[in-house]
Design a protein around this ligand. Sequence first.
Ligand SMILES: Cc1ncc(C[n+]2csc(CCOP(=O)(O)OP(=O)(O)O)c2C)c(N)n1
Ligand SMILES: [Mg+2]
Length: 701
Amino acid sequence: MLHAIEYLLGRLDRSYLKRLRDFGGLQSYPSRTKDPFPVDFSTGSVGLGSAAPLFAGLADRYVEGHFGAHSGGRFISILGDAALDEGNIWEAIAEPLTRKLDNVLWIVDLNRQSLDRVVPGIRAHELEGHFRLAGWNVIELKYGRRLRRAFDGRGGDVLRQRIDEMPNEQYQSLFGESEDVIRAALLEGLGASERTELAALCDEHNGQLGALVSDLGGHDLAGILDALARARADVGRPTVIFAYTVKGYGLEIAGRPQNHSALLNEPQIDAFRELVGLTRETEWNRFSEGSAEADLLAAAAARLNRATDQRAVTVPVPATLGGSRAGKVSTQAAFGRQMLDLSRRDELARHLVTVSPDVSVSTSLGGWINKVGVWGPQEEPVYDEMADSPLKWRVGGDGRHIEMGIAEMNLVLLLGQLGLTWDFQRVRLLPIGTLYDPFVMRALEGIVYSVYSGSRFILVGTPSGISLSREGGAHQSINTPGIGIETPGLVYAEPCFALELEWLLLDALARLQEPGGSAFYFRLSTKPVDQQPFTSLLAKSGEESLRADVIRGGYRLREPAREATERVLLAACGAVVPETLLAAELLAENEGIDATVLCLSSADRLYHDWRASHLPAIETGRATGTCQLDRLLAPDEHGVPVVTVIDGASHALAWLGSALGVRCVPLGVDRFGQSGSQPSVYAEYSISPEAIVAAALVALE
Ligand SMILES: Cc1ncc(C[n+]2csc(CCOP(=O)(O)OP(=O)(O)O)c2C)c(N)n1
Ligand SMILES: [Mg+2]
């Protein structure tokens, strides 16, 4: 349907219509980034594409309130009934922020079929009730006009009762059956008087009984138009239309089990073509010029294309924030301070918007929120603000923090839509979302959905890893670095020092605005880290080259004394860099081994840069290019074994061994974490200084 409409609107070339699912052809699921015509929402994973427009409606309201611009349209989803089995649907409508969105319309295609089967026991009333409780306007399109008229006549009550009470599988099995079969099924088990009444009704509709029985509201055009008008007229809340339909309506496969993705055979296609008044010669024709249909399409195309003239302007990003660089500070605390710094840059801050699922304070957004306020549809009175409370929770229309309920899926779906306003409203937002790092996994498919849609945002996972020692295994993330490295369109970085984070953050704010840019994922920690090693390195090497290395994904943090005969590379990132530095000292003092410490600010960038340097070789068979990893090593360090250290799954950095062509001992967290002091859990999971020393000895063995 979508492809046909786009073709008729003149936005999709005819040549594509025969290239569904071809390489370079039409995508099997509409894709914002891959299809050759303008797709607003990607789909494919049941439930996500349906909920995304609800959050786009919310983002539209935000942009309207802050910039006076909005898309001018409504956000409409058509959902299969099986989509209502997906939890993210219910999380989305339960989120209080989505309840007032009268720019949103959902239409449930209630065919009571999913992929494998005809769904038994229809739950329509229960489902509608959920929407009502969440404050939605619910419209039901159950029966078409033909059936409703029949219900009003003689035998009508009996017919209605029979259809309502018949098991769904039996009802669906009637589509396409002969009149006799339908009649027998309807009359089955009735008492004498009811039987007489219903038999008379069947006689009355002789020859039309099949059409009558399958006349559902979702196929009654006048009823649909009426429902759409009622949805538009209802203000202050979103609308859902439950449209009862027949899957495969009008075809021989209608209502049949196993009809999902079923294709018509040649004779069926021929019959269908004839039924709709087309021939082989005319089947691809557009409506003839001057016809009412052609005029309507031209007007619609003009309306739809008008919105795409203007481009979102780029927001300038400062070169530096100038925060404090001394003492002990965690990356999470540094992030909080940097957000506060950013709040003072008016032009940039206007475009920044933060989102958090009930963890804004515990992810260090408090200072930012104090400064910019919380966004809400209207000013809310402050009842119980404590005079000495550091946090001022003021809600109003100009707030720039969006506080959501805990559901992490909602966070990333909203973040995804805030990261697309450059496209819908032509206003550039710089969205930053925070969540506890272990719950990246719960939100993962929404993250992938958003990135696959071409959205640009910064996701901050904090705190992370077993450095969150006392919190125990349930809160300690393990496999998120791998997710960061492996998700296309998402750049993962795990800095250790405040200034390292500042440079990465400013780079991200600029990069996410670029045509070839990406979304970002920062994995942070609450572990306070002495900044001195970084500040002395900065003093020695100067900002320009160090900053370039940090952005490229890795830098040399500690130089070896170059006195020993045995040498080892220690490559680490994030919270365990201090342990790695200590291990290097221990190796020098106790073992007489020279250790270079490499700090991997972004293992993701480092890996993909290394891999890209090999791509020309893979394609041409010729020598490889250079990469940041090569540049990081001194000429006399080639062939030196490496120990990698990360507060996460050891696998994330283990590739370094083959990249450098040396022996590698990867350290990290490969079992679920547990409570304890930081040194005790570091020792238990072999990422303590002593364990790193032991690993270096193994690497050298
Ligand atoms: C998350 C997810 N799980 C499974 C699938 C595979 N799948 C594709 S369509 C479908 C059933 C769809 O039923 P419904 O939503 O009722 O749509 P209908 O085809 O009946 O219109 C399934 C299970 C998917 N695309 N996404
Ligand atoms: Mg269905």
